[in-house]
Design a protein around this ligand. Structure first.
Ligand SMILES: NC(=O)c1ccc[n+]([C@@H]2O[C@H](COP(=O)([O-])OP(=O)(O)OC[C@H]3O[C@@H](n4cnc5c(N)ncnc54)[C@H](O)[C@@H]3O)[C@@H](O)[C@H]2O)c1
Length: 388
């Protein structure tokens, strides 16, 4: 097996965890160096026994020190496009974190560049696509076991500490993160489109900030056991000290309704201060109903006319980070893709479409109206050459 020489742009917590997972599953890798003004992922790499290599001044300096077998991009979301453009110029295979980009304009620009077919291989870290439970959900839908999918109800409810981290990290600002839903659940909306087999046709959404507000700053900030709440993780680059008194401008809870072009209807509910953590998809078809509990890593399915017990699959392997082994599964998928043994489970175009769906939802919320997505797809298709 060859040794992969890797360059990292944005050595944050995420890329450090992905590198650790790659090592876990047997990648032979050497990190040649990184470009990052405040590399918060260094202790994670150290704990994983991975040498971070040289610190470069910036991405141009790093990319000039090629050749690389892989360039990994883990910077805040507003830097994804410039970092992708720099990496395209260097021509080495790329793994970049989600969301692929942050705005409709960036999506169109990238779609046009990708349509030219001159870019190196680009794999996006929509890690849920690699999870065995998600693969099974997709396989059941594809096999027709559910019949025709009629409607979906989905949730993502975060525990207090996770919500507090989002309110202090760069994700709290639209300029950096895009939006709460874009950063957190572009994964889910990617898979919903895959399951439904159609694009969103119209969307509505309500959301706002009623949790991490200055008015609530006086609420007790200790857990039942006396430990401090909302301070655990280092907020990192451009971080804020206080979850309740920051310059946050993204939502901390949001609901959305989506009607897909083939008539499937979906509701989504997300909250960042939950005593009952949940990430769950309830998929109702004409033949059967499926519940995927992504936190407990359990799947349940039962025929609509069955009278016996539901079929249950427990995937086990639950981990503290709630990724439940997904990073390791994605690391194997990435190696297989780079070695030409199998396509990566999600394309850059899928990632762009998932992002645009969530951006339409955020637009509906911001403008207080139903957004018809037809014009959004028309612009995107024109940019990506589909309508030429
Ligand atoms: N796939 C997943 O499940 C998953 C999970 C977490 C994060 N992410 C994504 O990974 C990316 C990074 O998130 P994170 O949680 O690691 O954030 P982080 O704050 O831990 O890391 C971001 C890093 O980018 C660095 N950075 C800032 N400006 C830079 C610049 N100009 N050039 C290079 N680096 C720069 C920061 O110093 C920091 O080290 C985001 O896009 C996020 O959405 C994905």
């Amino acid at each position: 097996m060859k040794t992969y020489r890797i360059g990292v742009i944005g050595l944050g917590q995420r890329i450090a965890h992905v590198l650790a997972a790659m090592k876990d599953v047997g990648w032979d890798l050497r990190v040649a160096g990184y470009a990052d003004p405040a590399p918060i992922g260094l202790p994670i790499l150290e704990a994983a026994g991975i040498d971070p290599g040289r610190a470069f001044a910036d991405e141009a300096d790093l990319l000039g020190a090629g050749p690389f077998d892989l360039v990994m991009i883990g910077s805040p979301n507003h830097l994804h496009l410039p970092h992708l453009l720099a990496a395209f110029g260097a021509g080495y295979p790329i793994f970049a974190e989600k969301p692929i980009v942050r705005t409709p304009q960036e999506s169109h620009q990238l779609a046009a560049i990708l349509a030219n077919g001159q870019t190196p291989p680009l794999h996006i870290g929509l890690v849920m696509r690699s999870m065995p439970i998600v693969r099974e959900v997709i396989a059941r839908v594809d096999s027709g076991a559910l019949g025709q999918v009629i409607s979906i109800d989905a949730t993502e409810h975060l525990p207090a500490e996770h919500g507090g981290y989002l309110a202090r990290n760069w994700r709290r600002r639209q300029d950096w993160g895009g939006s709460y839903l874009l950063d957190k659940v572009c994964h889910d909306f990617d898979i919903f489109s895959r399951i439904v087999g159609a694009r969103a046709e119209r969307v509505a959404s309500f959301g706002g900030r009623r949790i991490f507000t200055p008015e609530r700053a006086v609420e007790p900030r200790v857990y039942e056991d006396g430990s401090q709440a909302f301070v655990m993780a280092d907020p990192g680059w451009a971080g804020s000290n206080d979850a309740f008194q920051s310059d946050m401008d993204v939502t901390d809870h949001q609901v959305a309704l989506v009607e897909y072009a083939n008539g499937v209807r979906l509701s989504f509910h997300s909250n960042t201060l939950s005593g009952l953590q949940e990430r769950r998809w309830y998929i109702a078809g004409t033949k059967a109903t499926l519940i995927a509990d992504l936190v407990r890593n359990r799947l349940m399915i039962r025929g609509a006319l069955d009278r016996g017990r539901p079929e249950r699959i427990d995937y086990g392997g639950r981990t503290e980070d709630n990724h439940n082994g997904a990073d390791q599964a994605m690391a194997l998928d990435l190696l297989a893709a780079l070695e030409g043994r199998a396509p990566f489970p999600v394309t850059a175009q899928d990632s762009l479409e998932a992002g645009l769906t969530v951006m339409a939802i955020d637009q509906a919320m911001a403008e207080g109206r139903l957004v018809e997505c037809g014009p959004i797809w028309a612009v995107y298709d024109a940019a990506s050459g589909a309508a030429r």
